[in-house]
Design a protein around this ligand. Structure first.
Ligand SMILES: NC(=O)c1ccc[n+]([C@@H]2O[C@H](COP(=O)([O-])OP(=O)(O)OC[C@H]3O[C@@H](n4cnc5c(N)ncnc54)[C@H](OP(=O)(O)O)[C@@H]3O)[C@@H](O)[C@H]2O)c1
Length: 240
């Protein structure tokens, strides 16, 4: 039977490309979203991938949502913790709410997504945890103290889970995308976008599908010996 993959924030942007690539690779896929019903419906109509609405920042909602997915599709074998937000401001102007919202979604959201599926993965002796972090979690970024802190924290989660899961057939890895041509990045003024591209040695933005291909590899049996790693997919913009 086909393995089941859960992709949080899987209805738009990078997450949508990941959901589609996993489906094409033969997995059963559940994609979640926060509130944009219109985009989620259009995504399901286009792809046939079922979408589920819950807030990853809420543990009880996440647990209940995951139970629903498992009742619909079977045990979750692959988790792609992709849902993430930005609430940028220079530190001297950053409000505590901007800090909290980003921490609750990007960091606690990963805990809330992985924790409910972890016991089942341990019992079954197989699991893939793939967390979408960011180049800015590796190098920091002006006006992103909150975002960079969460994305760096996500790498700590992965490195620790890698050690706990290894003996149970579970791997945990992170992908750090650089600047990817999603709606968000394409919406910035062309001049700003050109300045960003100027910092990328490859001379272009990444495509969501390039991140999705990293995910399908990490989800596969072929990646078993890769555990606790960070894949930097950034066109050479930053080396660790
Ligand atoms: N785009 C880039 O260049 C880039 C670079 C590095 C890293 N990343 C990371 O890659 C991931 C995806 O980014 P993206 O640009 O593709 O994002 P996006 O286009 O803004 O899509 C975000 C997705 O996450 C969902 N989401 C947001 N908050 C949520 C919450 N609290 N609970 C559940 N779902 C939630 C959204 O649902 P709704 O549709 O309902 O809002 C949407 O499906 C993020 O973690 C981001 O930090 C992106």
């Amino acid at each position: 039977m086909a393995r089941t993959a859960l992709v949080t924030g899987g209805s738009r942007g990078i997450g949508a490309a990941i959901s589609k690539a996993l489906k094409e690779a033969g997995y059963q896929v559940a994609a979640t979203y926060a509130g944009n019903d219109e985009k989620a419906k259009a995504f399901t109509d286009e792809t046939g991938i079922k979408t589920y609405k819950w807030n990853v920042a809420d543990y009880d909602e996440s647990k209940a949502g995951i139970e629903q997915v498992e009742s619909d599709l079977g045990p979750i074998d692959i988790v792609v913790a992709n849902a993430g937000i930005t609430r940028d401001a220079p530190f001297h102007k950053m409000k505590p709410e901007q800090w909290k919202e980003v921490v609750d979604t990007n960091l606690t959201g990963v805990f809330n997504t992985v924790h409910p599926v972890w016991p089942g993965m341990r019992e079954r002796g197989f699991g893939r945890i793939i967390v979408i972090s960011s180049i800015n979690g590796q190098k920091g970024q002006f006006a992103q103290v909150n975002y960079a802190a969460t994305k760096a924290g996500d790498l700590g989660i992965v490195k620790s889970l890698a050690q706990e899961g290894a003996s149970k057939g579970i791997t945990a890895n992170a992908i750090c995308p650089g600047y990817i041509a999603t709606e968000m990045v394409m919406a910035v003024p062309e001049k700003v976008r050109e300045a960003i591209i100027g910092q990328i040695p490859t001379g272009r933005l990444g495509e969501p599908e390039e991140i999705a291909r990293c995910v399908t590899f990490l989800a596969s049996d072929d990646s078993q010996f890769i555990n606790g790693s960070t894949i930097s997919a950034n066109g050479g913009q930053f080396f660790v």
